[in-house]
Design a protein around this ligand. Structure first.
Ligand SMILES: *Cc1c(COP(=O)(O)O)cnc(C)c1O
Length: 410
């Protein structure tokens, strides 16, 4: 790992203090034209000795605005401290986790996976319009039936049709033959430009799509396409647990990636990450954003600099090895659960690199599922699956109570 290091608490605090100092100081501010200020001291407790040990609270009080994208062009001078820390987060994710080459990526901290997925679709829609004069009905989004519903939102907002690709019921793998037939049919119907959302861990199953299947089939049909990887859930686990993974920027088929920090990384909500190769994000430049110094290339406008600092703190508190250990513990618990289920002859789906176990509903009585807060695949009748996610609060003691109840009812 070139950039992902572990810093001492003193170093973390010092870097954040420096970042906040280079952010505008509203107390002695000469900035009369900015519609910004620190949190309202009439409402919030904005000083006290407890703050010296709470760099994140201090950051929320200072309230920097990380508006814009900071991996290219100019950025607002007033908030360069928190922008700098955001750039370090993007660098760790792009270079160390997803194997981009130095300075060959762009990215920003979006409000979540939903925005990051839409940002990708927005970029590709505009790219196809610019490069090929594509019309909306000549474009199409492909994604598996297990894909997160944010892709359907994006399809609706951008007015580009989404087609769901069937997966095998047990392996949750994309059915390549069905995909090929669907692509052929779509081309016959006049579709020419394809955007793919490939999952790096689906929300319900933790299944990981093979993006090369899409690439191979679309290449065979000689149509232009772009592949976005939705790693909202799996992005902080899968590339670390599966060292052989080729789902990264070394794979030339992959153009962009979503990773949520507010899921596995336990960052505050509002911290989804969007990453892409250089030369793509300019497709969504909003030229009319004239009051912002620098280019506005993001779906969201104003966004929290304190949230960026929170993600930076988490990454550099653990460092790569610390994070690896944390993931390993969760995977160990997952294996423990699977071993118990095997013993009880209960059927489930699990990707060996992920911390989700999705159990066939016929093995889990509804009252037990409810009591242990399992999430069903659907809340509307005919539910076939329930999932358990090994987050840091889900310990073997908790799992074993669940297993005991399953054992006793059979
Ligand atoms: C959670 C999730 C999203 C949406 O993320 P939000 O951060 O809730 O907007 C998108 N894709 C996948 C696979 C997810 O698990």
């Amino acid at each position: 790992m070139k950039h992902w290091k572990k810093y001492s608490k003193e170093k973390l605090i010092k870097r954040i203090d420096e970042a906040l100092e280079s952010t505008i100081d509203f107390q002695s501010s000469k900035y009369l034209g900015y519609p910004v200020s620190k949190l309202d001291e009439n409402v919030f407790n904005t000083n006290g000795t407890f703050l010296s040990d709470s760099p994140l609270l201090k950051s929320y009080i200072a309230n920097p605005n990380n508006i814009g994208c900071h991996t290219l062009g100019k950025s607002e001078e007033a908030f360069k401290g928190s922008q700098e820390l955001e750039k370090e987060v993007i660098q760790v994710l792009a270079v160390d986790i997803f194997k981009a080459r130095e300075n060959e990526y762009d990215g920003y901290i979006a409000t979540g996976g939903t925005e990051a997925n839409m940002q990708a679709l927005w970029i590709y829609r505009n790219l196809f319009m610019k490069k090929y004069q594509a019309t909306l009905d000549e474009m199409v989004i492909l994604s598996s039936e297990d894909t997160h519903y944010s892709v359907h939102k994006g399809s609706n907002i951008l007015n580009v049709e989404n087609i769901s690709i069937p997966v095998d019921f047990n392996s949750r793998e994309i059915n390549a033959e069905a995909l090929d037939a669907i692509v052929k049919k779509l081309i016959d119907e006049g579709k020419k430009y394809f955007m793919v959302i490939s999952n790096m861990a689906t929300t319900m199953f933790g299944s990981v799509d093979n993006p090369d299947i899409y690439a191979e089939i679309l290449t065979n049909h000689s149509v232009p396409f772009k592949i976005h990887v939705d790693g909202a859930f799996g992005g902080f686990i899968y590339p670390i647990s599966n060292r052989q993974s080729t789902i990264n920027f070394e794979n030339h088929n992959i153009s962009s990636i979503t990773i949520d920090a507010h899921k596995m990384l336990q960052a505050p909500y509002g911290t989804g990450v969007f990453l892409c190769r250089k030369g793509l994000i300019e497709n969504v430049l909003t030229k009319e954003a004239q009051y912002v110094d620098g280019m506005d290339l993001t779906m969201v406008g104003s966004r929290s600099g304190a949230n960026a600092i929170a993600v930076w703190m988490i990454l550099f508190s653990y460092g790569y090895y610390g994070w690896f250990e944390k993931i390993s513990t969760l995977l160990m618990r997952t294996e423990w659960l699977c071993a118990q289920l095997d013993e009880l002859n209960i059927h489930y789906y699990r990707n060996p690199f992920m911390n989700i176990v999705t159990i066939k509903s016929e093995f889990v009585p509804e009252n037990i599922a409810h009591k242990f807060g399992l999430v069903p695949e659907t809340h509307e009748g005919n539910n076939k699956w329930y999932k358990v996610i090994m987050m840091s609060h889900v310990e073997i003691d908790d799992l074993s109570k669940f297993i005991d109840e399953l054992r006793n009812q059979s």
